[in-house]
Design a protein around this ligand. Structure first.
Ligand SMILES: Cc1cc2nc3c(=O)[nH]c(=O)nc-3n(C[C@H](O)[C@H](O)[C@H](O)COP(=O)(O)O)c2cc1C
Length: 192
């Protein structure tokens, strides 16, 4: 995609995917994008676990929750719609115990780099972290921040102006495409 603003607008959260694998070439770019992200005091406390083997992806998936705003039958990806790749974001608390912003920046880079190659993503904070930490063999000093799911989307997602400030929940339209209300700039920006 040539235009950064177009990339930003179309890089939405995707929750249903075709079952085509993501090439190693693209995985390498996603990881390089994470590496290039800013880090407080340049400490770089993050590391990444790539899960791309189908059985393992299925196992990770079984410990994830999708689309909390929707009933599970609408939001939870069904068989044949599930992601084909997970990348776990791991914090080293000895290097920096407060690295939530680092993780957010790295994940932002990863999801953009993926989308730049047509790969959609969903950040998953709602996962069974103790079980996944065990599966990933994390050490005492390591904490699982989140897992990011990837795959080629099989639905669209559009942003909409938020008419009512209380109505922030995303929803599905008649095509089962996601609609994501965003607050208007006029409601969140003040010039001094
Ligand atoms: C920190 C964080 C955690 C998230 N965790 C989940 C999650 O556990 N499951 C899920 O389906 N979506 C999750 N999301 C995706 C959000 O629901 C999504 O970003 C939001 O609805 C806005 O949609 P958009 O990304 O298309 O703008 C998470 C997003 C962020 C930033």
């Amino acid at each position: 995609m040539e235009n950064l603003m177009e990339l930003l607008e179309t890089r939405r959260t995707y929750r249903r995917f075709g079952q085509k694998e993501v090439s190693q070439d693209i995985i390498d770019e996603i990881l390089m994008a994470a590496r290039l992200s800013s880090s407080a005091a340049n400490r770089q406390p993050l590391s990444y676990i790539v899960v791309k083997e189908a059985d393992r992806v299925a196992e990770v998936f079984s410990h994830t929750k999708w689309a909390g705003a929707l009933p599970p039958e609408q939001g939870q990806p069904k068989e044949g719609e599930r992601p084909v790749l997970f990348i776990a974001v791991v914090e080293n608390l000895d290097i920096n115990p407060n690295c939530d912003t680092d993780a957010g920046l790295a994940i932002g880079n990863m999801t953009l780099a993926a989308w730049n190659r047509g790969v959609g993503s969903c950040i998953i904070g709602a996962c069974n972290k103790p079980v996944l930490a065990e599966m990933f063999g994390l050490a005492q000093k390591q904490a699982l921040h989140s897992v990011v799911a990837f795959g080629y989307p099989s639905h669209a997602s559009h942003i909409a102006d938020m008419e009512d400030p209380a109505q922030f929940k995303y929803y599905l339209d008649g095509n089962r495409d996601y609609c994501v209300p965003k607050r208007r700039l006029a409601d969140v920006v003040k010039y001094l």
